[in-house]
Design a protein around this ligand. Structure first.
Ligand code: 3PG
Length: 213
């Protein structure tokens, strides 16, 4: 599981979190991000067409890794498996999600915000986590402090991360990649400005290319 998640998370320093309101936007948005240099995407389960969006993106972009985010229950986890997700990300965790994740063919990046939550995942064998909401939960200072007691753990922080603070997270040894919605602003999607999204992706991909872990 740890190795599977590493092979996904280490493909790109920045993981765009996308909310797709109109199914027809899914592939152009994903293609813009992919062409801009970001091949790992997380589609948030925050709209009715999110699962169909994942299926379409995977068909259109076989080279991309497409996860389903905002998974709250094992039932949603199962739907993500059926949609063809490469991974599942959760904003927080429950025992039911951990148990489902251990048996699932699709690896889970569990959301945590504290040392105790990491320890809860640790007992199930989890070593890779989403740190959410990163900025509100102590940010870079919290993650730096996690590295002493939790030396083996690695994190993908999301929540409040933008181009101007992503580098501070990526400079930490225990950060694999960072995630966020800043690459897909609603205004650009509504305007079908795919070139604008590609520019944002390229800006992030180029700026952080050498900070990959
Ligand atoms: C997530 O689900 O990871 C977050 O909603 C992303 O947070 P952001 O919108 O602050 O980037």
């Amino acid at each position: 599981r740890t190795a599977e998640l590493d092979s996904i998370c280490l493909k790109a320093e920045v993981l765009p979190v996308i909310t797709v309101e109109r199914l027809e936007d899914a592939v152009p948005v994903a293609r813009a991000l992919y062409d801009g240099g970001l091949p790992v995407l997380e589609v948030a389960l925050r709209s009715g067409c999110a699962l169909d969006a994942v299926t379409r993106i995977r068909e259109a972009l076989p080279g991309a890794s497409v996860g389903v985010g905002t998974v709250l229950t094992p039932a949603q986890y199962r739907q993500a498996e059926q949609a063809g997700a490469d991974f599942v990300a959760t904003p927080g965790t429950t025992e039911a999600l951990y148990r489902h994740g251990m048996a699932s063919p699709v690896p889970m990046l569990p959301g945590i915000a504290s040392v105790s939550e990491v320890m809860a995942g640790w007992q199930y064998g989890y070593r890779r986590f989403k740190f959410f909401p990163a900025e509100a939960s102590g940010g870079v200072a919290a993650l730096r402090a996690f590295s002493a007691p939790l030396a083996e753990a690695r994190f993908c922080p999301t929540g409040g991360i933008r181009l101007d603070n992503a580098g501070d997270y990526l400079a930490l040894d225990n950060v694999m990649c960072v995630g966020g919605s800043w690459l897909t602003p609603r205004a650009l999607i509504d305007a079908e400005d795919w070139a604008g999204i590609e520019r944002l992706a390229r800006e992030a991909a180029e700026r952080f290319h050498h900070q990959a872990r």
